[in-house]
Design a protein around this ligand. Sequence first.
Ligand code: TMP
Length: 209
Amino acid sequence: MNKGAFITFEGIDGCGKSTQIAMLEEYLVSSGKTVIKVREPGGTVVGEKIREILLSKKNDSMTPMAELLLFVAARAQITEEVIKPALSEGKTVICDRFFDSTFAYQGYARGMGTDKVMDINLAATGGLEPDITFVLDISPEKAFERRAVRDGGQQDRMEALGLEFQRKVREGYILASQKYPRIKVIDASGTPDEIASVIRDLTMKIGEA
Ligand code: TMP
């Protein structure tokens, strides 16, 4: 990996993304890269407002199409305001979720159609795609246990959709990985160090193929 890269992390809720993002960031910074870390939905003033709307349990009347368009709206904003400028300055961008979340959650698990969702996604990002995407793959049961420890049983609007929904999201990610070679499915049941080492090795190979 020579220049700045666009790296995204994906997975069902509670898959361990935050730990792995922090570990990869530390590694890249210690090897001299300038790294910026952002999350979706959010990462901009507009995006954080959209995040509040999307995750508040008060908004349980939101239609699937409104949900889809709000996630994509937040993405359009962060792509233009933060991600593209950083990449053009040669920085590495690590994004906690990006458009494969919309593929798996709205396109597949909500049943809105993965092709339709990807068309809208690409319109929102002006064709920008990650260089590499890590899907941290874990069983919904194990992820649920992790979230219970982390959040003390508190759930946002998306997490409250339950285990069956998370199972579908997991399937959605596997489907995405079969369509897009940039997506690497990582077994997230190992120790944080084991997982981090696999992710580091794959990251260092970006641009080699
Ligand atoms: P987070 O808790 O990882 O920040 O993600 C917020 C929630 O929003 C999580 O349940 C996944 C969901 N989500 C979607 O359903 N579609 C999307 O496009 C994104 C980015 C997140």
